[in-house]
Design a protein around this ligand. Structure first.
Ligand SMILES: [Zn+2]
Length: 46
């Protein structure tokens, strides 16, 4: 079974599910990126 995890739209990487909060799962933003200010999240999107 492959470990895909969950995709973060901000850093553009697949990360483990535990890296996402419940809200982050829906928004496709990992906990690391969720701490960033919105303008910085926008800059990091590929
Ligand atoms: Zn991220």
């Amino acid at each position: 079974m492959e470990k895909h995890g969950h995709y973060c739209e901000v850093c553009g990487e697949y990360k483990a599910n535990e890296k996402f909060s419940g809200k982050g799962h829906a928004a496709h933003i990992c906990k690391d990126c969720a701490q960033l200010p919105p303008e910085e999240q926008a800059e990091r999107r590929p």
